[in-house]
Unconditional design. Structure first.
Length: 493
């Protein structure tokens, strides 16, 4: 392991006085005024930073990494404002080049479309090829007849879509999982590219909540040299028995991966999503995936086996249910999303020790959909400031590919609640810069002696930019370098 000496850095969360930082065997061993530290040995890599800002490496606390790697090669339909425009784009793709196997689009958001999806549109756009368009929130897929036939055979049961050709929730998840089964060498190549892109944005660690348990895939990738991220890999109920049988507990390090891979949380989904209009809300709308007693039994079994629960909840009814489950089991963990909350539930996060794992860019993507479908209650939608005031621990993520795997995008949405020149949406719910920064790291604000040297080097103080500058500047924050245990995974020219 190469030792590292960073000269003349300014540490985020301090006065900004220039300092030298020495790293030995992957840890910060000394911090002293600039110009006063010597290299640890003749092989030390000495980097003159010129006063760049040094902070803890960034963490995306909620990603679907295989999906993110695949989406980067699928047809982006997120800019299409109607079903007709989406179908036209797919037809144009087929006219301009060959497509192997299945035509796959990603990112449709139909909550504001003037007319609903219709299967005949996608049938006409792709008459001789299976075509699937995955919704931006991953909770629905829009299929032509050939795709419904093909994936019914692959998943082993009839997939029944109406005239719209849309499958929702578990049927959609099953189709997405089938689409993800590409040859290992192909997917691993896509993942390697995506890891490099994440490192270039300062990311040193992810919590991978891919729906197909990924610890063995990640082990293979690390052994093959894809080592630019730390990964905690989560598990869903369908594979819980296998993980329990293997004796894996949350936080366990996979041998032979240099500490890069760990067992992640137990993920369970309670309701749908806002975009697909399946989030379970107090007015009775949406769907609940499990009854309370079944959820308690699942979560208790996982906790007894040493797994920390991460519970998906979008609507206020689902969030109340999730908090009730945590209270009944008597365990800590996280609620993933926490998008619409009853005011009486805010204090329960801190009291029960439940982390609010939020994805701030979703608020920007879904603000207009929320105004239509959650009309009258959007003052408690994506309630970042209210959760912060209530003492909840906030962690930030992207839910990639639902939003880009870029922590700067999430931080900007959290502190600004604006994008693209629009007025801020419910600015009273802006998160503080400090909470957004802490939620985008492993909880650290600054870099200190004894820390694992997972680091990011920046041209400006992110806390100052988040506090005093337009949020667009935070979205586009350049990253000079990223390091894991003092090993550079990204350096700009």
């Amino acid at each position: 392991m190469t030792d590292l000496l960073l000269r003349t850095v300014r540490r985020v969360g301090t006065s900004g006085a220039p300092a030298d930082v020495r790293i030995v065997d992957g840890r910060v061993t000394a911090v002293a005024p600039a110009g006063t530290l010597d290299a640890a040995g003749p092989d030390t890599d000495v980097v003159h930073t010129g006063g760049a800002w040094l902070g803890p490496g960034l963490v995306d606390h909620h990603v679907h990494f295989d999906q993110w790697a695949l989406v980067r090669r699928r047809v982006d339909v997120s800019g299409c404002a109607s079903a007709e425009a989406t179908a036209d784009l797919l037809a144009e793709v087929l006219r301009t080049g060959p497509v192997d196997g299945v035509l796959v689009g990603h990112g449709y958001r139909d909550g504001l479309w003037p007319r609903p999806a219709r299967r005949e549109l996608i049938d006409r756009a792709a008459p001789r090829l299976p075509a699937v368009v995955i919704s931006g929130d991953l909770h629905a897929v829009w299929c032509n007849a050939l795709a419904l036939e093909r994936f019914s055979a692959e998943v082993g049961r009839p997939l029944m879509a109406g005239d719209d050709g849309v499958l929702r929730e578990q049927d959609a998840f099953d189709v997405t999982a089938a689409l993800s089964r590409v040859p290992d060498a192909v997917l691993d190549g896509y993942v390697t590219d995506a890891v490099e892109a994440a490192a270039a944005r300062g990311v040193t660690r992810i919590v991978d909540l891919e729906m197909r348990f990924g610890l063995d895939r990640w082990t293979r990738r690390v052994h093959a040299g894809t080592d630019g991220l730390r990964v905690a890999s989560g598990v869903y109920p369908d594979e819980l028995d296998d993980v329990v049988a293997r004796g894996l507990r949350t936080g366990d390090v996979v041998p032979g991966t240099r500490g890069l891979l760990t067992m992640g949380p137990f993920k369970v989904i309670t309701d749908g999503s806002l975009g697909t209009r399946t989030a379970a809300t107090a007015d009775g709308e949406g769907v609940l995936a499990h009854a309370f007693d079944d959820l308690v039994a699942m979560v208790r079994r996982a906790v007894d086996a040493g797994l920390v629960p991460a519970v998906h909840a979008i609507g206020d009814r689902a969030n109340t249910l999730a908090l009730d489950v945590f209270e009944a089991v008597g365990t800590r963990g996280s609620i993933e999303h926490a998008q619409l909350l009853d005011g009486t539930d805010l204090e329960r996060f801190a009291r029960l020790g439940v982390v609010a794992s939020v994805q701030p860019e979703h608020a920007m993507d879904d603000r207009d959909i929320a105004d239509r479908h959650w009309a009258g209650v959007t003052d408690r939608a994506f309630p970042f400031a209210a959760l912060e005031r209530a003492g909840a621990t906030l962690r930030l993520g992207s839910d990639a590919p639902v939003a880009p795997l870029d922590p700067w995008v999430g931080m900007a949405a959290a502190v600004g609640r604006d994008r693209g020149g629009r007025e801020p949406w419910h600015p009273e719910q802006r998160m503080s810069a400090l909470a957004a920064w802490r939620g985008s790291t492993d909880g650290r604000v600054s870099v200190a002696v004894g820390d694992v040297a997972d680091l990011v080097l920046l041209p400006a103080d992110p806390l100052a930019v988040a506090t005093t500058e337009p949020s667009d500047l935070l979205r586009s924050m350049p990253v000079l370098a990223t390091a894991i245990a003092g090993r550079f995974t990204h350096r700009s020219a």
